[in-house]
Write a protein that binds this ligand. Structure first.
Ligand SMILES: [Zn+2]
Length: 395
């Protein structure tokens, strides 16, 4: 027992030092000792180990505080690379990512009308292509996939768009590539990306809602992704908010997804254009059937009243669901990501109004809602962050 405890303490201390170097970019051994509350000799010992591991390096001298100028340390960003994979964006996207969360290479492969075993072959192709693009040791493969995951066992329990049910994706990839593999839902890994790589949103607790073709959320509690007992925490897209509501692809009616997903918004915008001859979309788009979300946004920006009402209603529904989340978890930081985040401040305003009307004011006051600045790479970055957390303990 004693030995295990000593080893655990050592690993814990190493983790503390590595995280402090990661967070501060350039830092001296003395400052590390101050920040981590470890003795200087313990810090020096760990730093030597980390340099030997190739994870950090000395990068020159800092400013002297009177005596000898200190040697500064930083992460060796290219020591290892990570593969971050996004299977939730209509095409399969992958990136080679360094330890700083910088994308070194990207590969996107089309999966139009491809499901089941065929889609799995595309995942292999994607990983093969990415591995050819890097000569660094690979720390692991992180995957953000749509649908319900069993995160602990790396199993895709149900991904309706990909036609996958109980697919042991983690095991298949581990066997094929002999690398650690981590899988979570795309919204969950997006929350990790926001928390790890956007310095403005590094907080203890955070909810990120991803609104694109589907709707889901990721919950960060005490800087850790919270997946719940069945890995499905944050699966808010199928909460009923409309009575009786439209039929949802899950089989129920009136789900949040039927009101706010990009698919739903495009569909409703088409109906508006068909029913209203003077709708902005009829003047701006040649073929109503192929309306994009960007077309809807242009109509919104140009003040089309029906489109503005549509987005406002979508925001209200989202605010209603946030009211439950904020009331249960008392989290004050909410980030909206995914393609619908282009509606920005207008959408946020409707969400906030509805949130304020649906929850205890004392809880809601101070809630900050923003849109994510991470763009379409968010799932890949979050998937990479998951690997960094598990393999190096970097938060
Ligand atoms: Zn549903």
């Amino acid at each position: 027992m004693k030995k295990a405890t000593r080893e655990q303490t050592k690993a814990h201390n190493k983790n503390l030092v590595l995280n402090a170097i990661y967070a501060h970019c350039e830092i001296s051994r003395a400052d590390l000792a101050r920040i981590t509350h470890l003795t200087r000799s313990t810090v020096s010992e760990i730093v030597t180990e980390l340099i030997d591991d190739g994870l950090i390096k000395e990068i020159g001298l800092g400013e002297s505080a009177g005596g000898k100028p200190p040697i500064l340390l930083c992460i060796e960003s290219e020591a290892n690379h990570v593969l971050g994979i996004d299977l939730a964006s209509g095409e399969f996207r992958g990136a080679v990512i360094n330890l700083r969360g910088e994308i070194k290479n990207r590969v996107d492969l089309s999966v139009e009308n491809i499901t089941g075993e065929e889609a799995l072959l595309v995942v292999y192709q994607l990983i093969d292509r990415l591995l050819e693009l890097t000569d660094r040791p690979i720390l692991g493969i992180g995957i953000g996939a749509p649908g319900l995951m069993d995160t602990d066992n790396g199993v895709v329990r149900y991904a309706v768009n990909l036609g996958w049910q109980d697919l042991h994706l983690g095991e298949l990839l581990k066997d094929k590539y002999q690398l650690p593999v981590y899988i979570a839902n795309d919204s969950q890994v997006s929350a990790l990306a926001e928390n790890s790589f956007d310095s403005n949103t590094q907080v203890d607790n955070l909810v990120l809602i991803k609104v694109g073709r589907g709707v889901g959320s990721g919950i960060i509690l005490n800087q850790q992704l919270y997946c719940g007992d069945g890995s499905g925490a944050g699966e808010i897209g199928h909460i009923k908010v409309d009575q009786p509501g439209e039929l949802c692809r899950c089989g129920n009616r009136g789900c949040l997804e039927t009101l706010i997903s990009s698919r739903a918004i495009r569909q409703k915008a088409k109906e508006i254009a068909r029913e209203t001859p003077h709708a902005y979309l009829n003047t701006s788009v040649a073929d109503i059937e192929s309306i994009t979300l960007e077309d809807v946004y242009a109509a919104y920006q140009n003040g089309d009243p029906d489109i503005q009402a549509l987005i406002s209603h979508a925001g209200q529904s989202l605010g209603q669901v946030f009211a439950s989340l904020v009331s249960v978890l008392n989290i004050q930081r909410i980030v909206i990501a995914g393609s619908m985040s282009i509606f920005g401040d207008g959408l946020i305003k409707s969400v906030l109004n509805s949130l304020e009307a649906s929850a205890l004011p004392a809880l809601v006051n101070g809630t900050q809602i923003t849109t994510s600045k991470m763009g379409e790479e968010i799932v890949m970055l979050g998937a990479a962050s998951m690997v960094l957390q598990h393999e190096l303990g970097i938060i």
